[in-house]
Design a protein around this ligand. Structure first.
Ligand SMILES: *Cc1c(COP(=O)(O)O)cnc(C)c1O
Length: 377
């Protein structure tokens, strides 16, 4: 007797193809000139791929630096044995200063208070803390306004226990291919740096670009680039597909846990938002919006079963989703279902899901919840 699989969660996995990740790193490296440093952005749990495993793979692939969001992510990497420079790309607060210094994380700063707190923590520990100044050239997210940069440097640059290794900015419209805005922001960055360096505030490492700049604009790569999404196999925009070949790293798969044969005019799921049009085969898969498989896919998205597209029908619930498998020959319970990835001749990419839900690739990937097991191959 075959016992049923009691833990239906085991049916669902996110497979992470580390060879594909290494391939993407090599592809990006091949575009950069020899002196350009590659900082791999692995923030937000490596865009859902698992930060520890990806960090170690990145180091093996020759990545020179890593970028994360939070101090916690930085500490996690240090404790897992990562020794290369780790940049914090989001602002920290003054209470994080102690951990930043202890774990030798490179903070991005744009506030005098936080900068002073890092300096004080470094002084206590008799260390020199490396920091990068973040300039806001138009994204208006975090960073110092160029016109306040001189005043900031006058107050903070010569604090004894800081090393101002770098200065950087982050563009607002590069992924859209808006080069007028992007070049304007790049020039503002350049002018501000010139002004500061003219006053003796030096920043050896200047950087502005993420994936799009690394792929399309070597001329704006400065001394370092910070690609994120491209490392996971996605060009930020489809126009870039002809410029670089990348392999998606993540495959999301599950299994059919139940198969219904339902007569015509049967309402399905919460609210009965789908009604069968004929005798239909409706399968249940154990994935829902509680896994990050967004409710917006209800009656919109597709999955792959036995190499064919099967439409999502009814409203996606926290833990389960219905798919219409009427046109899938020989479909059975336990059949593999691909939510993101390739099966037979067809592929469903995170970009497809983003289109169906008016989202973007980052959101689709980073939303895949921790409770889905990552399997590294
Ligand atoms: C997220 C982020 C990146 C990486 O962006 P991608 O478009 O994923 O390559 C680079 N730099 C900063 C500051 C970021 O916040």
């Amino acid at each position: 007797m075959i016992l049923p699989n009691l833990d239906s969660r085991e049916n669902t996995v996110a497979e992470i193809d580390l060879a594909a990740f290494r391939y993407n790193v090599k592809q990006i490296q091949s575009l950069l000139n020899r002196h350009c440093i590659l900082l791999a952005v692995i923030k937000t749990n490596a865009y859902g791929h698992g930060i520890k495993e990806i960090a170690h793979e990145a180091v093996k692939a020759g990545v020179e630096r890593l970028g994360v969001t939070t101090v916690e992510e930085g500490i996690l990497l240090r404790e897992s044995g990562i020794t290369i420079p780790i940049h914090l790309l989001s602002p920290i607060n003054q209470y994080d200063a102690l951990n930043v210094v202890t774990h030798e994380l490179i903070a991005s700063v744009s506030s005098k208070n936080v900068t002073k707190a890092i300096h004080d923590a470094a002084m206590k520990q008799e260390k020199i803390a490396t920091v990068h100044l973040k300039l806001d050239t138009g994204l208006h997210r975090f960073g110092i306004e160029p016109k306040k940069a001189l005043d900031f440097c006058a107050a903070s640059y010569f604090l004894s226990n800081l090393y101002w290794e770098g200065i950087y900015t982050h563009f607002s419209n590069a992924d859209e291919g808006d080069w007028v805005t992007t070049e304007k922001q790049n020039r503002l960055f350049e002018k501000t740096v010139e002004l500061l360096e003219g006053e003796g505030y030096l920043f050896p490492l200047k950087h502005v670009g993420a994936s799009t700049i690394a792929i399309e604009r070597v001329d704006m790569c400065w001394k370092m680039v910070r690609p994120g999404i491209a490392l996971f196999g996605y060009q930020p925009d489809e126009r870039q597909k002809k410029l670089i070949d990348l392999k998606p790293v993540l495959t999301l798969k599950t299994k059919i846990v139940q198969l219904h044969h339902l007569p015509s005019h049967t309402k399905i799921g919460y609210g009965g938002t789908y009604v069968t049009k004929q005798d239909e085969k409706i399968a249940i898969i154990p994935v829902g919006h509680g896994d990050g498989y967004k409710r917006g896919l209800s009656n919109k998205g597709y999955v792959l079963v036995r190499g064919r597209f099967a439409k999502i029908v009814g409203t996606i619930s926290l833990d389960q989703t219905f798919i219409n498998v009427t046109n899938v020959p020989n479909v059975q319970e336990d059949d593999e279902v691909i939510l993101i990835g390739t099966q037979g001749k067809h592929t469903i990419s995170a970009r497809d899901i983003a289109k169906w839900t008016h989202s973007n690739i980052d959101e689709v990937l980073a939303s895949i919840m921790q409770r889905i097991k990552r399997k590294y191959i």
